[in-house]
Structure formats: C-alpha cells, structure tokens
Design a protein around this ligand. Sequence first.
Ligand SMILES: [Zn+2]
Length: 419
Amino acid sequence: MAYDGGPVIKQALVQLIFAGSSWSASDGKALAANIHHSLKRLLAGPYMWGLSQYSGILPGSLVEHDVFDPTEPTAPVTFDSVGERLGTLIPSGNISDFRINDQILYIVFTQGVQFKDPMALGFHNYDEIDGSRFHYAWINAITLDVATYAASHELVEACTDPEINGYGWIIKTASGNVREEVADLCEIPEFSYSEGIVAAPYWSDLDGACICPSRSFKLWIDRDECDIGPTMGSTSVVNAAYVGLQPEWLTGSELPPLTGFTYYWEDAYEVYYPGSRTGLMATVSWWLPNDFYTTTIWFVATADNGTQLRASITVSPRSPLQAQAAALACRIRKMRNNINRIPPFIIDRFGPDGPPMPSDADFRAIRSELQKTQALTDHLEKIMLLAKREKRQRAREVPVPSFTAKANYPTPPRVQINH
Ligand SMILES: [Zn+2]
C-alpha cells in the first residue's frame, strides 16, 4: 500500500442509515437490528486491528441511534443519488453531523434497488455541503451476510482512503493508472469471518497477505525439561494451555466473551491409541514398536462465537532403552548445572570484598555431586551401547505391520467442530 498524503478516518464514528420503506416492515426491522449489532462488533473489535499499520487507524464505534429514512431510493442507485439524499438529511438535524465530528462515516443501506452494475454490492464516496466534505458508503443489503461483508469492505476502504482514490492508502500499478483500495485485492468468492461475523478480508503489508483479524492466542503444550517424549508401550498425558489469552476476553468487556468452547483432538492411530480426552487434556498410549514414526497431535478449541484456536505438537516415540538414555542424559545435564551454580567455582571473584572461601563441607558436597554425575554418565554409556545393539537387531527383523495390533481397539467418535 502507498500513502498519497490525503485524509484518513482515524477513529470512525459510523452512522447507519436505513433508506426506504422496506425497513419499517418486521423483516426489515429485524435485519436492520442484526446489521447494527454485527457492525458494532466489527467496528470495535479485532477486525479493525490490522488497520493500525495505515496511519495508525484505530477501532471505531457506532452511533447508537440509527436513522430510518422512509423516502424510497430511486433506481438505479448512483454516487450522486446517495450523496444528494445525505445532503438533504444532514442539515435536517435528525442525523449526526460531520461538521461537529469529522470522523463520521455515513453508511446507507437499501433493499431492492441496484447500482448501475447489478453485481456491485456497495461503494464508498464523498460529497460536500457548503464546501465541507463528508464521507459515505452505500450497501445493497440483500442478506445480513452480504450486508456485513460489503459494509466491512467499504468501511476499511473509507477509513484508509475516504476521498476515494483521493490520495489516502491505495495500491498503484507500475503505470500508476489503475488504483485499488485496501480490500479490493482481497475479494474472494467465499465469505471470511472475524469473530464469527462475515467480514471482508483486506490487504496487510505487515503480513504480506489478506487478513480478516480475530482475537488470537496460542496453545502451548506443557512438557517437563526431562520429559524426553513418548516411549513406545508407555502412556503420556498432554496438557494444552493458552498463551496470550487476555483475561478480559473470557469475561467480556468491549468484546463479547469467548465462551462455550468445544474441543477436538485429532488422533493418529498408526502411532498411538487415544485414551481419555477431557477439555485441554488428552492421554495417549504409544504403539510398540514403531520408533520409525514421527507424528503430530492436533488440538482445536472452538468458542461458541466461532473463534478457533489450534495447537499441535510433533513427537517421535522412542524405544524404552532410548527413552532411558535420554532421561539419564537430562538428569546429568541438570546435575552439572547445579554444580556450576555452587559459589566456589567463581574463583576469580575472590578477594578482600569477594565471597568467603568455600568450607570443607562445600568441597565434600561438590565432590559427592561430581561422583554421582560420573556414575550416571557411566551408566548412560552402557545403556547407549544396549540401544545401539537393539537398533542393529531390529534392522535384521522383518517389520510387523502395525495395523495388526490396533485392530482390536474400537474407534472413538470424533467431536464435530462448530463453525
Ligand atoms: Zn473496494
């Protein structure tokens, strides 16, 4: 994206206008209420977060009071017809006035009338009253999903380039002739979602991709330093934990709370037999012997508003001997680290103001720790020899197909992911 020095809307205050008599029918009223609710969430929510890279544009807000204009819009809708109608409405005083707040963006929704290109679902533009410019968009509200998709497209473009191709944030071709705005590069034939609401993706220079931001955080899979991974024939407990989850996201503040999580663990029957699954915790039993497999355990948590979190961990089960060797090596590493932390080893720090000389007891403790470490190291060497022998032996054996063992186990039902 390139910035041409023109105006941007840094913190939009959006005034919704429902134009035409259809909005006073009960269907129309319900749709208008849903559009209001959805756009309020998109405006205040993470959908807008990706715009901060363009002149520091912030999330915005919605004027609580919508305007219902019963005047029937004329067909076809044109840039001028929408601008002119607003030019009449704004001075009437029943609508937020851009001359009081220049962050106002008017979004006009109609039903049953089309733009001259019937495929166009919306546009944004500007007009003026007494030489002051106001910014607006028009949306063909065919359904709720179409309305929020088109309105979010025009919203992000109006914020980044309110005076359409008027030198805000735009995309230029090499020739400089064809200009596109922030959402135009990202038009795809499928709906995308932000926090469960249909919204238009837009271009992010930072990501080098089209984005449709939602709250996101990572899942972390807990492992002890000396938990050297799964061992064939053994059982592991895998704990997933949230990283970066803001506490207020769970309770709801500006944003609706993330609640009602359903969990989905994907299983790899070739490598392990899945045991119990309770929320964030899963137990798996590793097949024996299949040390030639590496597998990935997938985990998906879905909140009831459609937000999904994913985590995975890749593991290679070890033979019991390999596991024993790895566990010993880890213990030895830990002991060496402890010995290195004992003060007498920083000898060059001694002096009149340095720490006191180590006592005989200190030296005895260090000697004892070193002896234990040495004993463990000798033991490790023996195990490594055995593991090598085991590997050579297994290479000579004809591999047994792994499916013979697992045929005895029932297939547990898979949990459906909510969208
Ligand atoms: Zn556009």
